[in-house]
Design a protein around this ligand. Structure first.
Ligand code: ATP
Length: 888
């Protein structure tokens, strides 16, 4: 039992060293031996099972039944075609599913947790899957424990172990304990840390004792249930639409079958017609196409630094109308530099350049405390840690007060970590024969816990006037967009615990640091505004600092537009929701306030995106419609709770992702409306023929060919249509808006009726050319019918191909959109025509599909007919543009 061994024994047994860690060669040896540190996921479906999965579909059953009937009546060619289509359809389905899955897998890889380990004497960040027993792992708040660890050191370390114990209150950990007994319950093993639990507070180090399936969680969950694959709201709706259409198709088919029998048509013919219609009406390619477009869309988004973790987010993004963003690092560069400091009555402006600065007596104390109370490092070229602290270390370096030197002289013995609720951090360091507490943090909070002040080397009582003076100075720095950080100290005789540190302190003063806004953010905020999206700043920083930066970025104009966390607390939820629209900046807020803010915005029906990076940000990220985590500075918890992760932590990426989300939705819409128009066209052609007792213009095999071969390529191409910047000139989409809003239903109807009528016209023309009236077509000879059907078949497919061109925009003409801007679409049309040509001119195929080759003259007619829906749609768009319509 590792908990019953001292950590020295554990390290020995694992043949490792806490200060150096393992060497590279030891790591690779052990990786060889123990395998990756990963819980076995769900078994991947084999290709075969994916293939059979594709066959479990009502349409396939219809087709298989049709194949059986064709065999019975010795129409073997039909049977072969139908079976080939079934197989082809399943293969396309498998390929698309595999491709979509691969895209999602690749994204998952980008977000695999990483851990900080000590190897070869250096701290490095590695993928958690690469850990081996004996690795030394560093833990801090917000990080998931990457393997089972025997703790070596712990500083106020708390770990939330609900994944294992169900207990949501974090457990205090203590590395120095050695526990006796055979069966200490997990929850009491406080010198251990277990894989998949979460460090919520403090810091610690541990040695990996077990990895992968040998860990406690590995033994409990023999197979890990990954995130459930969720369908996006649109997929759900389209799924329902598909089912409705399927049922409708069956209904119409049944009616037609009856009509046919009344009309005394041969039963076999009627049967085939009914199947034709069923095939025409069921939009079989639709779900696969939507899935592939979404998958390609999220891949495209990952290239612009936005990693979508939950597929529905892609759609929701298009509806976002409020972006709540953290300030530091997201709106600003997070490159802090101290430019001023203040000790009572002494304001010092620092030059940007130059070292070897000298500080007054009080200032020396101020810098010393700041440096000792920081975890960051900086040696001129390289910095690690919190940028706020890096700025302090650099301030020390410039005054030749180096962190290493100070730390060895005044060794740290205890600490109380920073948290964004207190906005303070304290350390206890040796000082002479006793100890000294150094506390830094928000100046208002520092003043609250201080009793004295250091003035010219003397400790004096902190008076109200002094407080006023300090606040006035700090406010003036805040107004210049500087982040103000105060510092204080107190001497104590004995080692004290964290709870005693932050009281009765002596104020030293404060610094002002700049953190310049990200240059590109201003434009993004303006773009978002144009797109009907309001940007909101949320920050732990001081109100005035926040507003100063908000003004620079165009988020707010005046101080009245800012509210502080304390002011939020004074309002009840209802009053807050009522007044929230008056504000653009929320300052000095804690993570709980973020939840309140999200709720208040949502109460107005807004679709809210919220950023977060800290341990406590998970609730607000979950509450938001789109929770956004920071890829660089974000904790594992925030990433786990988020719908989307920004790999560059940049506000601009959110706006770009919204644009991409709007485009993806529009593309799906284009592909779906296109497919539905095509299906409708086929229904119209066949239904009219049955109604007027014509011969059936299209055979089931021909319809199958068009639906599954020539339609699919343009539909997917529409799905990857290049984005249109103009989407950001429109208001966000109302999430309740029907999929068929903005004239989409009318477009599908017009397209469908045109395609259907032209197909019938081609059929009529073919018959007429052979001297048969369409009214007598039911009794026409096979040869004449074959010719007329070829005309109908070719016109149907080419009409659809050309119509796809015009589906790229609901208002812009094909020339405005740029005829060749979607190369895939041009290519699909080209390939579609080639395939169609192949089918009618390669003799075995032509025989199988019961078609003729067409003479050149007929091709001219075909092309003329085929572009009619395209032209009509372009004319409609022209009228719409003249009428001022601009919606998609
Ligand atoms: P945002 O929410 O926009 O990222 P922020 O980074 O300013 O804002 P916090 O990190 O919660 O928010 O910081 C809030 C306040 O806490 C700061 O204004 C500062 O006064 C104080 N603070 C920040 N970092 C430290 C630190 N390392 N030690 C002590 N105090 C800190």
């Amino acid at each position: 039992m590792w908990y019953s061994k001292s950590h020295e024994d554990a390290l020995n047994e694992l043949q490792t060293n806490a200060a150096l860690g393992l060497s590279d060669s030891e790591v690779s040896e052990r990786q060889e031996k123990y395998g990756p540190n990963r819980l076995e996921g769900k078994k991947k479906k084999s290709l075969i099972s994916l293939f059979f999965g594709q066959l479990q579909d009502a349409l396939i059953y219809v087709l298989l039944a049709a194949a059986a009937v064709t065999v019975l009546v010795h129409e073997y060619a039909d049977a072969i075609i139908i079976l080939a289509v079934v197989v082809l359809n399943a293969v396309i389905g498998v390929v698309q599913e595999a491709k979509a899955e691969k895209a999602i897998e690749a994204l998952k890889k980008l977000t695999t947790p990483r851990s900080i380990v000590r190897r070869n004497g250096k701290e490095v960040e590695v993928n958690s899957t690469e850990l081996v027993p004996g690795d030394i792992v560093l833990l801090d708040a917000g990080r998931y424990v990457p393997a089972d660890l025997r703790l070596i050191t712990s500083k106020n370390l708390q770990i939330e172990e609900s994944a294992l114990t169900g207990e949501s209150v974090p457990t205090d950990k203590d590395a120095s304990k050695v526990l006796a007994g055979e069966s200490v319950p997990l929850g009491d093993q406080n010198n251990m840390a277990f894989m998949s639990t979460l460090a919520t507070y403090g810091r610690g180090e541990g040695v990996v004792v077990n990895t992968g399936m040998n860990t406690i969680i590995g033994s409990i969950a023999k197979s890990l249930n990954e995130d459930e694959e969720s369908m996006t709201p649109l997929q759900v709706r389209l799924d329902e639409l598909g089912k409705t259409l399927g049922k409708l198709a069956l209904g119409i088919t049944a009616i037609m079958f009856l009509v046919g029998i009344v009309q005394k048509r041969p039963v076999l013919d009627m049967f085939l017609t009914a199947i034709s219609l069923a095939v025409a009406a069921i939009p079989e390619g639709l779900p696969a196409i939507v899935a592939i477009v979404l998958a390609l869309g999220v891949t495209r988004m990952s290239k612009i630094n936005a990693i979508v973790r939950k597929l529905p987010a892609v759609e929701t993004l298009g509806s976002v109308n409020i972006i709540c963003s953290d300030k530091t690092g997201t709106l600003t560069q997070n490159k802090m530099t101290v430019v001023k400091y203040y000790t009572l009555d002494n304001l010092v402006n620092l030059d940007r350049e130059g070292d070897d600065l000298t500080a007054g007596k009080d200032a020396e104390q101020l810098i010393k405390s700041f440096v000792l109370c920081s975890d960051a490092t900086s040696n001129g070229n390289e910095s690690t840690g919190d940028p706020t602290e890096v700025a302090l270390i650099v301030l020390g370096n410039r005054h030749r007060m180096f962190k290493d030197g100070l730390n060895s002289e005044f060794a740290r013995v205890n600490e109380k970590p920073f948290d964004s609720d207190r906005k303070l951090m304290s350390t206890l360091n040796k000082e002479g024969t006793g100890y000294r507490v150094h506390t830094k943090g928000a100046i208002d909070n520092i003043l609250k816990i201080s009793r004295n002040i250091l003035v010219e080397g003397k400790v004096m009582t902190l008076t109200d006037e002094m407080k006023y003076q300090i606040l006035k100075e700090s406010e003036s720095m805040s107004n210049q967009a500087l982040r103000v950080l105060g510092v204080a100290y107190k001497d104590v005789d004995s080692l004290i615990g964290p709870e005693e540190m932050e009281a009765g302190l002596t104020v030293l003063g404060f610094v002002g640091m700049i953190d310049p806004p990200r240059l590109e953010v201003k434009d993004s905020i303006a773009a978002a505004k144009g797109a009907g999206i309001t940007s909101i700043m949320i920050t732990g920083d001081h109100k005035n600092t926040a507003v100063a930066i908000a003004k620079e970025l165009g988020i707010a104009e005046k101080l009245d537009e800012a509210l502080t966390g304390a002011e939020i607390d004074e309002l009840d939820d209802k009053a807050f929701a009522e007044s929230i629209n008056n504000y653009r900046v929320f300052a000095r807020v804690s993570p709980e306030h973020k939840v309140k803010i999200v709720k208040a915005y949502k109460a107005h029906g807004n679709i809210v995106s919220m950023t977060g990076d800290g341990v406590n940000d998970a609730p607000s990220l979950k509450h938001a419609d789109i929770g956004v985590a920071m890829g660089i500075t974000g904790t594992d918890v925030s990433k786990g709770a988020a719908d989307m992760i920004l790999t560059d932590d940049n506000f601009t990426t959110i706006v770009s992702a919204i644009e991409e989300g709007r485009n993806i939705y529009n593309n799906i819409k284009k592909a779906v409306i296109f497919l539905l128009s095509c299906n409708l066209g086929e229904i119209v052609a066949i239904f009219m023929s049955v109604l007027f007792s014509f011969a059936i213009p299209l055979l089931p095999t021909q319809i199958l060919w068009v639906n599954l071969v020539t339609d699919t390529l343009p539909a997917i191409s529409l799905g990857v249509d290049p984005g249109d910047h103009d989407v950001m000139l429109k208001k966000p989409r109302d999430p309740k808006e029907s999929f068929f809003a903005g004239g989409a239903a009318v477009r599908a109807l017009i397209g469908g009726i045109l395609i259907g009528s032209l197909t019938l016209f081609a059929f009529y023309f073919g018959l007429k050319e052979r001297g048969v009236s369409i009214w007598d077509s039911a009794t026409a000879s096979d040869d004449v019918l074959m010719y007329a059907r070829t005309m109908a078949f070719v016109v149907l497919s080419t009409t659809q191909l050309f119509y796809a061109l015009s589906m790229r925009s609901a208002t812009k003409s094909i020339l405005q959109v740029g005829l060749f801007t979607n190369k895939y679409l041009i290519l699909s049309i080209f390939v579609g025509i080639l395939l169609q040509l192949g089918v009618i001119s390669i003799p075995p195929l032509a025989a199988a599909f019961k078609v003729h080759n067409l003479p050149f003259g007929d091709w001219v007619l075909v092309v003329c007919l085929s572009i009619i829906p395209l032209i009509v749609n372009e004319l409609i768009k022209l009228f719409r543009r003249m009428g001022g319509a601009d919606d998609d």
